[in-house]
Design a protein around this ligand. Structure first.
Ligand SMILES: Nc1nc2c(ncn2[C@@H]2O[C@@H]3COP(=O)(O)O[C@H]4[C@@H](O)[C@H](n5cnc6c(=O)[nH]c(N)nc65)O[C@@H]4COP(=O)(O)O[C@H]3[C@H]2O)c(=O)[nH]1
Length: 536
């Protein structure tokens, strides 16, 4: 029962969590995608600015390249100063000593008293041969200017503000890197070092990679720009989407949970478990055998076949599954399963003890004349008849059919040497003539009567046991007392000269092996030693 409950909860819960998880991933990806679009816009903007700056720088280098060879003339410096007005991002233009990295004069500072030396090892790679770049060169003394970049080609250098990223929001992490064309070494040119490294890692993770953009379309691909948006920004910018998306998601998960749970509950209901089992051959059913004792000799006279059911959801008692078998009109299919299983189990025992009676419960509806055909063609019954096994058909008293309705069936049973018994006698409303006319061989007195026999107080049912036995005797029918639970009940039943007894005091229903041992012990004439053997 516990495993049934947990299965019915765990499976829907797993389905709901899976859907919620997938939904949360989808919401996350959509939100990150939106932020990615913002990042891409910013990237395009910055790339445009950088490209423009590169173009201006190249124009300046081209415009003044030849004249710079002639040295620092006032006229040239004047022209250069004028050119600076048209190029916002250019801080200054300098003329260097040809062959050395010494700045001799600049458009803004004029001729330098002491030439500024640019360290050659600080030069960064550029795609263009003969061009060197310095970041934050030492020795150039401009007020309010940091992060200057010097591009040198021949005797001319353009000194720029790297104002490319100036329009990015403060919280944005960014980095500009340059890669040496020959060695492939990557260095951080500007921004926060590490962003490019994080970008490499993010590519393995689809959730995080959307929070990065990269662009290497600058300077023939050796300069790359990396931008990164943080998780905090994602939460701050996309919270309406995240909240709404996950609410929808949670609602879907709850609905799915309820839907799957209802489906499973229905699927695992007793009815559907029994239906599925019977339709697929009934492997979940097994039989146990309750000994019936001949009370005159205290010897085993036979057994009653009782069905048991157990599947992956746990066991079901006959009180649970028998009504379902009837409700679903699967009575005959069920009886066929029980019959064939019982005969298979009992065959070796009956071979050694052919005198034993085997009582099988039948549904009354399956024993009317209409169904004689399927009874007489049933392989198990035909086989039992051919082996001369002594089968007894137990029918509930409430289901006794009139002699007219049972004529053909009765003839078939007689032919096969099979007996019929009324089960739970006393609980229905049959009268003597009805019992006599239906050619019953045995009546089984219901245990509710037997169990009142040892009550101290006067008991109404107990007082009826004697008359019932008289009735049976008068129509020449043997009696089985069911449900004998105590020694007193047994001795009272014996005093009433009841021929057969069945009940927990004599033996619980037994598994096949235990019943085989019981029969063997009985043959050795010691039934009392095995009376309370293994329970079913
Ligand atoms: N309290 C008490 N109970 C005792 C005692 N001795 C035996 N019993 C129980 O009484 C029932 C006897 O079977 P039943 O009257 O045919 O009543 C059976 C029968 O009507 C039905 N049933 C069981 N197996 C089958 C089957 O294979 N086919 C059909 N059609 N019905 C079956 O389910 C009913 C209940 O079966 P079980 O639970 O196996 O219950 C069995 C048995 O375990 C006792 O001393 N005290």
């Amino acid at each position: 029962m516990r495993s049934k409950v947990s299965r019915n909860t765990v499976i829907p819960l797993a389905a709901a969590l899976t859907v919620f998880g997938l939904g949360a991933i989808a919401v996350w990806l959509i939100a990150a995608q939106q932020l990615h679009a913002v990042l891409s816009d910013q990237k395009n903007y910055v790339v445009q600015k950088i490209s423009l700056e590169f173009r201006h720088r190249d124009e300046l280098l081209q415009d003044f390249a030849e004249r710079a060879n002639q040295g620092c003339s006032d006229k040239l410096l004047e022209e250069m100063r004028r050119a600076l007005f048209d190029h916002n991002s250019t801080r200054d233009i300098a003329i260097l000593d040809d062959g050395a990295n010494e700045i001799r004069c600049t458009a803004l500072l004029g001729a330098l008293e002491r030439p500024a030396l640019l360290q050659p090892e600080a030069g960064l790679p550029t795609p263009k041969e003969g061009r060197i770049v310095w970041m934050n060169p030492a020795g150039l003394d401009y007020p309010h200017s940091t992060n200057l970049v010097v591009f040198r080609e021949g005797p001319l250098a353009v000194i720029s503000y790297p104002a490319w990223t100036g329009d990015l929001p403060d919280y944005r992490r960014w980095e500009v890197t340059a890669t040496t064309p020959n060695s492939g070494t990557k260095v951080t040119v500007l921004g926060q070092s590490g962003v490019s490294g994080d970008y490499q890692w993010s590519r393995w993770n689809p959730f995080v990679s959307l929070l990065y953009v990269r662009s290497c379309e600058l300077e023939n691909g050796i300069i790359c720009l990396y931008l990164n948006a943080g998780l905090g920004e994602l939460a701050a910018n996309e919270w309406p989407l995240l909240v709404t998306g996950n609410l929808v998601n949670a609602t879907m998960a709850v609905l799915l949970f309820l839907q799957v749970r209802t489906h499973l509950l229905l699927r695992n209901s007793v009815g559907s478990r029994i239906r599925r089992s019977i339709r697929s051959g009934g492997v979940q059913f097994r039989c146990v055998y309750q000994p019936i004792i001949d009370l005159r000799s205290d010897r085993l006279s036979g057994c009653e076949v009782l069905a048991r059911y157990e599947d992956e959801y746990g066991p079901l008692s006959p009180a649970e599954f028998i009504p379902e078998v009837e409700r679903q009109q699967l009575t005959w299919a069920f009886t066929e399963i029980v019959l064939s299983r019982a005969l298979k189990d009992l065959e070796p025992i009956l071979d050694r003890h052919p005198e034993l009676n085997v009582s099988v419960n039948f549904f009354p509806g399956d024993l009317d004349d209409v169904h004689v055909e399927r009874l007489s063609t049933n392989p198990s019954l035909r086989w039992a008849a051919s082996r001369k096994f002594r089968l007894c058909f137990e029918i509930l008293e409430t289901g006794i059919l009139s002699a007219d309705h049972m004529q053909k069936v009765q003839r078939f049973l007689d032919r096969c040497g099979f007996l019929t018994a009324i089960d739970d006698f006393g609980t229905g409303y049959s009268n003597i003539s009805q019992v006599r006319d239906s050619h019953i061989n045995l009546i089984k007195i219901d245990r509710s009567f037997v169990q009142e026999l040892d009550r101290k107080l006067p008991a109404m049912r107990a007082s009826l046991v004697g008359p019932m036995i008289e009735i049976a005797r008068s129509i020449n029918v043997e009696v089985v007392a069911e449900g004998i639970e105590t020694e007193t009940q047994l001795s009272q039943i014996k005093e009433l000269k009841v021929r057969f007894g069945q009940g927990f005091f004599l033996s619980r229903p037994l598994e096949t092996d235990a019943f085989r041992d019981f029969a063997q012990a009985d043959r050795n004439n010691a039934p009392q030693t095995v009376v309370s053997m293994k329970r079913s």
